[in-house]
Design a protein around this ligand. Structure first.
Ligand code: OGA
Ligand code: MN
Length: 288
């Protein structure tokens, strides 16, 4: 039985059906999923009521799975699963430190020299409305620029920093912020990244994590990055996912940006299980 792939939007995203992720997959099915992933950047697998161990096994078909670095947010018994929830340890809605994670456009772990290849969220609980996630195709964003502007961008590098923008800072205590800053020094990443599997070029800056362009003045950096931030998330480059419980969404961080749209007000639980798939090294340390 082969998988069915149905496009979800103009820019990116496809739904994959006719596959049961609670089962082991044969090599032909894994290859078909990988090809669909490379073609569509974001895959949605609806109706996958699978266990954490099954999610980890499925993730491993795509690459090595990371253990989430902050112990506090690991699912007990499964260090590979990041428990992304707006319910705090006190049971209060919205009090979780990670309740507002990912509210600005970003690519996972681009602030490290080993950025994530892929990330996979499985929806456990979602509010009756809202709590959506948006994705933007960065091949398309790059290809829509003029050849002259692309040539200007091609050799540039930008500084990526965990706390470049500080959407979650208010939720963390100062000790945690200090530790995170120490553990995550600034990294220079290519502004235009060549995807290691497709060979296509994609924009690799993002509003949440990028501060400066290496070698430019603050005014030059700000003007250039503002232009790119506006351009790279134009509505026609995006797909917005409205979650249903047991949806699994897999995205390619090497050619797509994502953000948690701030369209839920923590009146109801929003709970996701995430796995992170390691990619090839990219970027150089600036402060070493
Ligand atoms: C993430 C993330 C977005 C969301 O898990 O990396 O950015 O909508 N999540 O929860
Ligand atoms: Mn993210």
């Amino acid at each position: 039985m082969s998988i069915s792939v149905t496009r979800l939007s103009y820019a990116l995203g496809a739904a994959v059906t006719n596959v049961d992720l609670s089962q082991e997959l044969d090599a032909a099915t894994v290859a078909a999923i990988r090809q669909a992933w490379l073609d569509h950047l974001i895959l949605v697998f609806p109706g996958q009521d699978i266990s954490p161990a099954e999610q980890i096994r499925f993730s491993r078909y795509l690459g090595p799975v990371e253990e989430y670095p902050l112990h506090h947010y690991r699912l007990p018994g499964h260090p590979e699963i990041f428990h992304l929830s707006n319910v705090g340890d006190d049971g209060q809605l919205g009090s979780a430190q990670m309740a507002n994670l990912g509210r600005h456009w970003h690519s996972d772990l681009s602030f490290t020299a080993h950025p994530a290849m892929g990330s996979m969220l499985r929806c456990k609980q979602i509010p009756d409305y809202g709590g959506t996630t948006c994705f933007a195709n960065q091949y398309m964003a790059y290809e829509r620029l003029s050849p002259t502007f692309r040539a200007l961008l091609d050799p540039l590098q930008a500084v990526h920093e965990l706390f470049s923008k500080t959407p979650n800072l208010k939720d963390l205590d100062q000790g945690q912020v200090k530790d995170l800053k120490k553990g995550n020094p600034r990294i220079a990443q290519p502004v235009v990244r060549t995807h290691p599997e497709t060979g296509r070029k994609a924009l690799y800056v993002s509003e949440a994590l990028c501060s400066d362009v290496v070698g430019m003045s603050r005014a030059e950096s700000t003007a250039l990055l503002e232009l790119l931030f506006q351009h790279q998330t134009r509505v026609e480059f995006t797909y917005r996912h409205t979650w249903k419980p047991n949806d699994i969404v897999l995205w390619d961080n090497r050619c797509a940006l994502h953000m948690a749209v701030p369209d839920n007000d923590h009146l109801q639980p929003r709970v996701m299980y995430r796995t992170t798939i390691s990619g090839t090294p990219c970027g150089t340390l600036l402060d070493a």
